[in-house]
Design a binder for this molecule. Structure first.
Ligand code: ADP
Ligand code: MG
Ligand code: MG
Length: 251
């Protein structure tokens, strides 16, 4: 069974059809890159997978390890191992980053029927992960994302991803204006989490992230569907040719 199987997915928001018969299969162990012009529906795909409210599913299906993902609540999806890294991370002034991480992990554990982790155990685990990822643990005491630089937000997101040990990671990096340092943080996190049980979808408008994360498969998403699939060389081709040919197809 594939980790993720999307068949003929159709989704709309605000009465507008955005996803238009999208097919995508991700097997455990694979990294898929999704590229495509602005407005193609890349972020919509990641939101639909995470179960963000407001989207209408008008056709098709999404199976996660053979189970109907779209029938699950966002919490259930997270508990089953679906992780969406947010393009615009939430700032929570009253909540220390470490407290947020603890809440996220313990919510997942409760949902799985596992015992909650105590504060000292959690701190130990977070520090271990931070060390492995080369992240300064000082950030953990600060309020979540408040006044964080772009790089710090990425560090935090990477830490969260590593802590939750998801089976499917969806990273939407489109339009987020990452500098090279932030790109390297994301790439390092993704590369360290690469494993035979895990699948990743890396959404990006630009090729340069893929200099650091080498994908197994590259897709072009245009006008709400995957219009082309290839190997890592497809990303280089797109860098050279741009998306003009795909945009005209959409129009
Ligand atoms: P991408 O991430 O590929 O740039 P998006 O998924 O963000 O594309 O958006 C796809 C299309 O959906 C765009 O044309 C966008 O304007 C439209 N869209 C996004 N959100 C809404 C919304 N809340 N209401 C109506 N249209 C939306
Ligand atoms: Mg966009
Ligand atoms: Mg987007």
């Amino acid at each position: 069974t594939p980790l993720l199987e999307i068949r003929n997915l159709q989704a709309e928001i605000g009465g507008r059809k955005i996803l238009n018969g999208l097919d995508l299969t991700v097997n455990a162990g694979e990294i898929h890159a999704i590229m495509g012009p602005n407005g193609a529906g890349k972020s919509t795909l990641s939101y639909v997978l995470a179960g963000k409210p407001g989207y209408g599913i008008t056709g098709g299906e999404v199976l996660f390890k053979g189970e109907d993902l779209l029938a699950m609540s966002p919490d259930e999806r997270a508990a089953k191992g679906v992780f969406l890294a947010f393009q615009y991370p939430l700032e929570i002034p009253g909540v220390a980053t470490v407290t947020f991480l603890r809440t996220a992990l313990n919510a997942q554990r409760r949902k799985r029927g596992e015992e909650e982790l105590s504060s000292p155990d959690l701190l130990k685990r977070v520090r271990e992960i931070a060390r492995k990822l080369g992240i300064d643990a000082e950030m953990l005491r600060r309020p979540l994302n408040v006044g964080f630089s772009g790089g710090e937000k990425k560090r935090n997101e990477t830490l969260q991803m590593a802590l939750l040990e998801p089976l499917l990671c969806v990273l939407d990096e489109t339009d987020s204006g990452l500098d090279i340092d932030a790109l390297k943080i994301v790439a390092n996190g993704v590369n360290q989490l690469r494993s035979s049980e895990r699948g990743m979808i890396v959404i990006t408008h630009y090729q340069r992230l893929l200099d650091y994360i080498v994908p197994d498969v590259v897709h072009v998403l245009s006008a709400g569907r995957i219009v082309r699939t290839g190997g890592k060389e497809l990303a280089l081709e797109l860098e050279a040719t741009g998306y003009a040919q795909y945009q005209s197809e959409a129009a």
